[in-house]
Design a protein around this ligand. Structure first.
Ligand SMILES: [Zn+2]
Length: 208
């Protein structure tokens, strides 16, 4: 039985509840068309009900919100974790470790990916290039792998993604279908036929 609940709160971010610990990962962002931002009611909720841990993989605006990070730190006196502060944390029996990875494409923005280990192991890669996940190989294999579209839109990317060996995959960083100018949904659906793949819209929750 899994004690893992995920609520999508941003373009490429979730509020993860695992073994009673709440972890917000890339979970507040501005709208960066065609990608959606965090709706105001969700942002307010995340300010009223501060998660136990807030972490982000990198500072692109579709993954990170500085105002939210500042409010969180002021209100809780706890740090927000990111690429400049590589943490190993243990909160309520859940371990969170950051691994230096490289962002997809031509950018050298500092970037980390997270491994969360409780009653399930989750890899949250952010916008990491699949080729840069070698730094995570020492970590336990994921029960759940959380990835952006680049991991699924070509057959070779999908092969690499499958090789990671996750039991389940959650796809984030997708535009809504009616704004999908780059036809990412078509590409994903042409490449992947898999009953281990999940997707949720912003505001939706899933238990995995
Ligand atoms: Zn990015």
């Amino acid at each position: 039985m899994s004690l893992l609940k995920l609520t999508r709160t941003a373009n490429a971010g979730v509020l993860m509840e695992i073994d009673g610990v709440s972890i917000l990962l890339d979970g507040v962002c501005e709208q960066l068309p065609p990608y959606l931002g965090t709706p105001a009611p969700i942002r307010e909720k995340l300010l009223e009900n501060m998660p136990d841990v807030v972490a982000f993989t990198h500072k692109h605006p579709d993954h990170y919100d500085e105002d939210y990070a500042k409010s969180y730190e002021d209100k809780t006196l706890r740090s927000v974790y990111g690429p400049e502060s590589l943490p190993f944390l243990e909160v309520g029996g859940v371990e969170i470790s950051a691994h230096k990875t490289r962002h997809i494409g031509k950018t050298d923005i500092p970037h980390v990916s997270f491994v969360i280990k409780g009653s399930a192991t989750v890899w949250f890669v952010g916008d990491a290039s699949p080729l840069s996940l070698k730094s995570m190989v020492g970590a336990s294999k994921p029960d759940l792998l959380i990835v952006p579209f680049a991991y699924l839109i070509t057959p070779s990317a999908w092969r690499m993604t499958k090789e990671i060996g996750a039991k389940k995959i959650l796809l984030l960083h997708m535009p809504p279908r009616d704004r999908d100018v780059e036809r990412l949904w078509d590409m994903v659906e042409a490449t992947v036929e898999s009953d281990i793949l999940y997707h949720i819209d912003i505001g939706e929750s899933i238990g995995l």
